[in-house]
Design a protein around this ligand. Structure first.
Ligand SMILES: Nc1ncnc2c1ncn2[C@@H]1O[C@H](COP(=O)(O)OP(=O)(O)OP(=O)(O)O)[C@@H](O)[C@H]1O
Length: 265
């Protein structure tokens, strides 16, 4: 099976600043990646390239077999599922949850005059139930809790049956209960062999769901490490990447990290 994403020496320069610097990275259809790194490391920029929303300044980015810059992006976009808080801000607050998810089939936010087919509605209900949202189908998006809104964004992103699912900090701003519910759903989704490749950006190792086997650490636009979660998510590598001594613990496949306490005098 062909790779869903291949970046070869990809660099992005803005205002003479190097935002991504010679990134080489390949994502296979059955892989679930977590991308971690400090603020400003370039994570969102990397995700924008994977989402075919931005071209590299140099290097070659191939998304679903299509080299960016030589492809019709309108054809590529429905094959990608993307959820981010920036996208969520474009969702009309008074739209029903069912419509938020269903409009993904037409790559629009906000329901206008599209004729929806019964098959779309059936699929939307199925997706809502997979993300524990079926009881909220008729509620308006703006009145949902943060956790519910995050799940709606992901349900919308998977509605078109994408070949890559891209998630930019899906657990940000959630309380403990909301985070754990989301991680459980994401873990189940990631562990299902029918699910697409997944790339999830996060700031916290606590937010790595079960079922995510690969990790990429980014710092100052450069890849500090990439490979299996077990090889990459280590105290040493995180300490190097975040520039402070980090103590990492792992239990039953979930991680937590904190700064190492200086030894008592
Ligand atoms: N269009 C742009 N023009 C100039 N600089 C930019 C542009 N877009 C991003 N940057 C800068 O590039 C760097 C990386 O930004 P990016 O949002 O990709 O990082 P990030 O790792 O997602 O950060 P965070 O964790 O804070 O969300 C930042 O210093 C940002 O200010």
């Amino acid at each position: 099976m062909a790779s869903v994403l291949k970046l070869e020496d990809v660099s992005v320069v803005r205002d003479e600043n190097s935002i991504l610097d010679s990134v080489n990275w390949t994502v296979e259809p059955d892989e679930r990646w977590v991308v971690l790194g400090p603020n400003g490391a370039g994570k969102t920029t990397l995700l924008q390239i994977a989402a075919a929303a931005m071209h590299p300044t140099s290097g070659v980015a191939t998304v679903l077999g299509e080299p960016l810059g030589h492809s019709d992006l309108a054809e590529l976009r429905p094959r990608l599922g993307f959820a981010s808080s920036a996208l969520a801000r474009r969702i009309p607050r008074n739209e029903t949850v069912l419509d938020v998810v269903m409009t993904a089939a037409y790559a629009v936010t906000g329901r206008w005059n599209e004729e929806y087919e019964e098959i779309d509605e059936r699929r939307a209900h199925r997706v809502l139930s997979e993300w524990n949202l079926d009881h909220l189908a008729e509620r308006t998006f703006g009145n949902l809790s943060d956790g519910e809104q995050k799940r709606v964004q992901i349900a919308r992103a998977v509605m078109t049956d994408p070949e890559i699912l891209l998630l930019d900090e899906p657990a940000a701003s959630l309380d403990l209960g909301g985070r754990e519910e989301l991680l459980q759903l994401l873990g189940g989704y990631a562990s299902d062999p029918r699910s697409p490749a997944i790339i999830m950006v996060t700031h916290h190792v606590e937010e790595i769901p079960l079922g995510f086997g690969n990790a990429l650490l980014l710092t100052d636009g450069r890849v500090a490490a990439q490979g299996t979660v077990a090889d990459v998510i280590t105290s040493e590598r995180l300490s190097d990447t975040f520039g402070l001594q980090i103590e990492l613990t792992e239990q039953d496949g979930r991680y937590s990290a904190r700064a190492r306490q200086a030894a008592a005098e």
